[in-house]
Write a protein that binds this ligand. Structure first.
Ligand code: SAH
Ligand code: SF4
Ligand code: F3S
Length: 476
């Protein structure tokens, strides 16, 4: 995780710290063949959400799942291409998985997701132990691809689709605490940020049927879930219309529809694009108590020339105007960001514009990255990756220091205030403390009170804070 640095982050909806988690479930469903599947996911929440679709397809085929790859018959690795080190991590892991073939000759190793899409059949040449290469829009084809692999053939399906949303497939919730779940509302991305590989790995943007989203939210509510996060690369451009054209739903309307499913179920979403986030969305957030007051609004850079080169289609002033709109309509809303340092030709002065915008906005959380050139992107074709590695590292240190200061300041503002906290579980450090999150997605730690359990909402008075966590106590 050398490049991904998180400061004051607790959000789960975009948390690459979950990379490499083994996803497991109890394996009770299906079992006609009793073969075992192990699946490991890397990258963004969309990938974790896709693994839940994959598990559903595989369980329908009769697979059980296992949390131990050594006992698996099929090993899937759902991959990310966003930065070079994300791909490196996957290749290292594949070496470990490959060793299993020495003892289990018919084990099948499949590479899914964004790296599969980026490298296509080339993957089979580069990594000889891989049997399957499956892109993010091809998961319905897994039964036939597994059959081909079983017959000893190498199988590849990396077709991207303009329609696929997996709307009718019920995800199998993996590694779930039974409290929070993701709902994919769209796939792909039609933006062409010059640094970004996602449009190439995920294809064209398409929105999922609004009714299937509401239905999934209802099922989660009935199953006792207390928080859903609506996922898309650019949720503000969500747009769905019924086939006969009689109904169309934009993101603000979808938010309202999901919020109305269950007032006791929190609604979060990610990611908002600064060029597309509307006042209508902000007013909808203000109207519903259960839509969390938290927006992930990646700025990438604080300098307008760099933003133009990045093809973000907004400038510094536009971004700051959107932040003002958020502050005006939602005074208590937390804002988080993504920042890239050392993009092609970034000068010292331009880097300082990033530091200054971070200071001006005062982000609650931030994900900060060194620019990593991705093959095939506009930036790779047109610009030179000319900021030296040591300069990138130093700039990254500077944005981290800035963010640590902002995050701490934001937390301190909460001290003395009563927070509505959803209990997620127990503190990692002590079984005597609960850990939960407030509306703004800050982690709050407080002593266990036997009247409550994970999944409950409690009122917590914040009394102090560490660098990234509020400390408090339950009040009646
Ligand atoms: N759709 C989201 C971003 C998804 S990728 C958005 O538009 O905001 C998550 C983050 O990874 C991006 O916001 C960006 O900060 C970072 N990222 C993407 N490509 C990168 C690259 N080539 N090098 C470094 N960071 C990158
Ligand atoms: Fe990548 Fe830009 Fe699309 Fe985000 S909006 S996924 S950064 S191309
Ligand atoms: Fe990575 Fe693909 Fe997500 S490149 S960040 S897993 S969309």
């Amino acid at each position: 995780m050398e490049e991904l640095l998180k400061t004051g982050i607790t959000l789960k909806d975009h948390d690459e710290s979950r990379q490499g988690e083994a996803l497991m479930l109890d394996g009770k469903q299906g079992n006609t063949k009793g073969r075992k599947l192990y699946i490991e996911s890397y990258g963004c929440a969309m990938n974790f959400s896709d693994s839940e679709i994959v598990a559903s397809v595989m369980i329908d085929m009769g697979f059980e799942t296992t949390a131990n790859y050594k006992e698996a018959d099929v090993i899937f690795i759902n991959t990310c291409s966003i930065r070079e080190n994300a791909e490196q991590r996957v290749r290292n892991r594949l070496r470990e998985f490959g060793a299993i073939k020495k003892t289990k000759k018919d084990a099948v190793i499949g590479v899914l997701g964004c790296m599969a899409e980026r490298l296509k059949a080339k993957f089979l040449e580069e990594e000889k132990l891989v049997d399957l290469v499956v892109g993010p829009d091809a998961y319905r084809d897994l039964p036939s691809l597994i059959n081909q692999a079983d017959e000893g053939a190498k199988a590849v399906n990396v077709l991207l689709s303009r329609e696929e949303t997996y709307a009718d497939i019920s995800p199998i919730r993996l590694n779930s605490n039974g409290i929070s779940a993701f709902i994919s509302i769209m796939r792909g991305c039609d933006n062409m940020c010059s640094f970004c590989v996602v449009p190439f790995t995920r294809g064209r943007e398409r929105s999922r049927d609004a009714h299937s989203i509401v239905q999934e939210a209802k099922e989660l509510s009935q199953a006792g879930y207390r928080e859903v996060t609506l996922l898309g690369q650019n949720v503000d451009s969500y747009k769905w219309a019924s086939e006969d054209g009689s109904q169309s739903v934009n993101f603000a309307q979808l938010l309202a529809m999901v919020a109305e499913v269950d007032p006791q179920m929190r609604v979060r979403f990610s990611t908002s694009h600064p060029k597309d986030i509307t006042d209508e969305v902000l007013h909808t957030m203000a109207k519903y108590h259960n839509i969390c007051k938290y927006i992930h609004l990646p700025v990438q850079s604080g300098n307008s020339r760099i933003l133009e080169k990045m093809n973000r289609t907004y400038d510094r002033e536009w971004y700051l105007e959107r932040v003002d709109a958020i502050r005006g309509i939602l005074p208590n809303c937390a804002i988080s960001t993504d920042v890239i340092v050392g993009f092609c030709s970034e000068t010292e002065e331009e880097h300082h514009d990033t530091l200054s915008i971070m200071k001006l906005v005062g982000y609650d959380f931030a994900y900060m990255f060194k620019y990593s050139e991705r093959p095939g992107t506009l930036a790779a074709k047109r610009f030179e990756d000319d900021v030296p590695e040591e300069v990138k590292s130093r700039r990254l240190d500077e944005v981290i220091a800035q963010q640590q200061a902002s995050a701490h300041q934001q937390l301190q503002k909460q001290i003395g205030k009563v927070q509505e906290v959803l209990i997620d579980g127990y503190s990692k450090k002590s079984k005597h403390d609960f850990s939960g999150r407030n509306d703004q997605n800050a982690t709050v730690i407080f002593p266990v009170d036997e009247r409550f359990q994970p999944g409950n909402y409690v009122k917590v008075l914040a009394e102090s804070c560490t660098k990234a966590t509020l400390i408090g106590k339950i009040i009646d």
